[in-house]
Ligand binder design. Sequence first.
Ligand code: RFL
Ligand code: PHB
Length: 390
Amino acid sequence: MNPVSVVIIGAGPSGLLLGQLLHKAGIETMILEQRTPDYVLSRIRAGVLEQGTVNLMREAGCGARMDKEGIVHHGTGIMANGVLHRIDFQTLVGKSVMVYGQTEVTRDLMEARQASGAPTLYEAEHVELLDLEQDQPRVRFHHQGQVKEISCDFIAGCDGFHGVSRRSIPETILKTYERVYPFGWLGILADTPPVDEELIYINDDRGFALCSMRSPTRSRYYLQCGLDENIDAWSDDKFWEHLKARLPDEHQNRLVTGPSIEKSIAPLRSFVAEPMRYGRLFLAGDAAHIVPPTGAKGLNLAASDVYYLWQALSEFYQRGSSHGIEHYADRALARVWKAERFSWWMTMLLHNFPDMSPFETKMLRAERDYLFSSQAAMTALAENYVGLPY
Ligand code: RFL
Ligand code: PHB
């Protein structure tokens, strides 16, 4: 195959956003994705976009539908110690977030990629990254029954947590940091109006719950669940009953139930791999780090990685400078660790931990009491939730 400037592994939101931004900068890319477009679009994940992510979607020329259909949220509800509080982003930090699902983000990026004519090979299997320390690394893969190879200047590893890119960094160089939480989130999507205009994060003795949405007619709800839980044991009725019991009193009668159109269990994990660059390979998004979803940070962190990488590669091709490339990993990781801290803290604050001592339980209760009694503490929460600057 003809060489290209950048080969991008993975057509999730990171890979597609990077591809679009590089295309607009006149940099030639090839995206290799192991699944089909329908499979990629079937993954129901993130729902909340930071302003920085919104800006990047616009910069990539993919903001039109988001600006029309996305819902701007100026605050969020958090129920703790039996009381529903509101964190007013606008008053506290003068910013807001946008509710627009990852499925829609991905769909808009896919359509733009197709319209641009830049190539994406779906169902590219057995991807191998070769000569990462040379000036011209190569990518070998199987496609439509043939073994193919492409050489390039750089490889962007945007292939998620289970991808091949991170595993291509030698074990002697890669260092990983991880926490696996002793519970998961059981999520459902339903074509019912959301129970509130804003999201509500709920800490309850029976476990965490989250009321989110995709549109005025489509709700997304989550319940904390055990890791060994069988999804078939969760009928829709059982889900609604458990959710209702955790809602604030005034919301219980407002809850509109209906058949679920998707139901899944996601484990919760904090994970960071360092460094995010090895030779001519750069990791971005879930390939390099995972956050528990409690802070709504995963997709947004993928977007900030993409921002730094897009800037670095543009500097290289447009001005012949390697400065951005040399500093990519450090710049990205500085923001990653802050989002890891916030996501970990939100998770600790709002979930029930099965093995917590009475002392730790009291400490967390005091932390929640403090949070809602202190303007400074609520400002810190709001500042992190809307997204730290790039
Ligand atoms: P993805 O989305 O996993 O995409 C990676 C792509 O790479 C492909 N791939 C390969 N391709 C070629 N060769 C290989 N060997 C390959 N291996 C894998 C995969 O098929 C896939 O298409 O990673 P990316 O692009 O970095 O995007 C990251 C986000 O998907 C993720 O961080 C968010 O979904 C996390 N997340 C949330 N993030 C937010 O910012 N706000 C939220 O509100 C939010 N809520 C969530 C979430 C994640 C959740 N789950 C299920 C983990 C809620 C949930 C429940
Ligand atoms: C979602 O709508 O899927 C969602 C929203 C906020 C989170 C996590 C997930 O913190």
